[in-house]
Design a protein around this ligand. Structure first.
Ligand SMILES: *[C@@H]1O[C@H](CO)[C@@H](O)[C@H](O)[C@H]1NC(C)=O
Ligand SMILES: *[C@@H]1O[C@H](CO)[C@@H](O)[C@H](O)[C@H]1NC(C)=O
Ligand SMILES: *[C@@H]1O[C@H](CO)[C@@H](O)[C@H](O)[C@H]1NC(C)=O
Length: 212
């Protein structure tokens, strides 16, 4: 009898626990659609991670935390919105890093290899920023693949564009490697390369001529 009682109590407790967690889940989903949007970022980032190359691998976690730096991500309704945010985040970080390179150039002796490499890095960053402005405009002009090519860019231009910008960021990283006294700038360039990889991976679906 006592055992039966205990079993009943435990079963009821489990049922109550199951019920309350179901209720919590329900409440979360109805919360103005917000968790749903977070879910969308996670979905897109999962895809980006799957589609990133082995050599330039992007984790889902890095992708999500990066895109969430911009609060517009919460409002993103499709990959196009997220791609635009990714491009803007990358551009902002490169501009900041470029400012530090410029500062470092003031103290570098003219004619030294340090000055020369910093100058090249500065040019690489400036080129990447210019290209990203083109990518941003292309994304804004994008009208989809079907019949969109007359008024907007073809979809494969979009990942191609961010890939080109990333290429220049990579050049700078190459300039700064093993450069004494420039370890902080080098570390930053590695982070920028990772951000570039993220943008490239996120936009992989645009390579698919039939889908977009
Ligand atoms: C993720 O990829 C799958 C398979 O390609 C696709 O069906 C889905 O729409 C993608 N999700 C997002 C959020 O892009
Ligand atoms: C990966 O990219 C390809 C295009 O290169 C696209 O067709 C595919 O849907 C993408 N996969 C995911 C999971 O997003
Ligand atoms: C390097 O040369 C430029 C002009 O060519 C000059 O403006 C700058 O002050 C010089 N920097 C140093 C550290 O000598």
């Amino acid at each position: 009898m006592a055992i039966a009682w205990t079993t009943t109590i435990i079963s009821s407790t489990i049922i109550i626990m199951l019920f309350s967690s179901a209720t919590t889940a329900q409440t979360n989903n109805d919360n103005g659609g917000k968790p749903k949007r977070t879910h969308f970022i996670v979905e897109a980032c999962k895809n980006a991670s799957i589609n990133s190359s082995e050599y330039r691998h992007v984790t889902k976690e890095f992708c999500v935390s990066t895109l969430q730096q911009d609060k517009r991500s919460d409002e993103a309704k499709d990959l196009h919105d997220l791609a635009l945010i990714g491009v803007d985040i990358l551009k902002g970080h490169i501009i900041a890093a470029s400012g530090k390179v410029k500062e470092m150039m003031h103290s570098a002796m003219n004619g030294t290899s340090t000055a020369q490499r910093l100058r090249l890095c500065e040019m690489d960053y400036d080129a990447a920023v210019t290209i990203l402005k083109v990518c941003n405009t292309m994304l804004k002009d994008y009208r989809g693949p079907k019949g969109g090519e007359k008024v907007g860019p073809p979809s494969f231009y979009l990942p191609d564009c961010v890939d080109k910008a990333s290429g220049f960021v990579n050049y700078c990283e190459h300039e700064l490697v093993d450069m004494p006294g420039q370890e902080a700038l080098y570390k930053e360039s590695i982070e920028l390369c990772k951000l570039g990889d993220l943008n490239v991976a996120l936009m992989q679906p645009y390579w698919d001529f039939t889908q977009n």
